[in-house]
Ligand binder design. Structure first.
Ligand code: HEC
Length: 138
């Protein structure tokens, strides 16, 4: 008689255990869905940040000089003897916040440089002008 009651209790207990594990896997699916939502929100925030980035020498100007000026300005011993290969040596030809009085901008804006051409694109000239007028950050 006690064996029968104990047997019923045990089988009832096992039955409720398997019900429990069934509902906890349903909860795991719900958690995965909310992680996906969080990822979407983060990438929207990153797009906004990119739009407000300031122009810098390292990110915006060095690549232009590197592809259009380094054949003649790559160090103090270059053919022109004018070094535009580092921020500090190039800043001799830049007056921060004043592109009109910056020799570097005058040279590219009048197409005097690159010597022998081809001239910089309008987009690259504007980028150099805006960078100088925003403070010529390194
Ligand atoms: C084919 C060679 C050559 C290329 C390419 C070249 N330059 Fe020059 N650059 C020279 C020479 C030579 C001089 C010095 C003699 C002169 O002023 O004509 C000079 C002088 C300069 C000066 C000093 C001008 C002054 O009056 O003191 C600046 C600034 C300059 N270059 C900027 C640039 C920039 C910016 C680029 C790229 C967009 C560039 N150069 C590309 C050959 C070159």
């Amino acid at each position: 008689m006690w064996n029968l009651i104990l047997g019923l209790l045990v089988s009832f207990y096992i039955g409720s255990c398997s019900n429990d594990s069934g509902s906890s896997s349903a909860a795991a699916v719900a958690t995965t869905t909310s992680v996906t939502d969080t990822t979407t929100t983060t990438s929207v925030t990153e797009t906004t940040t990119t739009t407000t980035t300031t122009l810098t020498y390292a990110h915006d100007i060095a690549p232009i000089l590197s592809s259009h000026c380094m054949t003649c300005h790559n160090g103090p011993d270059s053919s022109s003897h004018i070094d535009l290969s580092t921020y500090s040596s190039m800043m001799i030809f830049v007056t921060a916040n004043d592109s009109a009085n910056s020799v570097l901008y005058q040279q590219v804006n009048t197409n005097a440089m690159p010597l022998g051409g081809p001239a910089l694109s309008a987009a690259n000239k504007t980028k150099i002008q805006n960078w100088i007028d925003a403070g010529a950050d390194e």
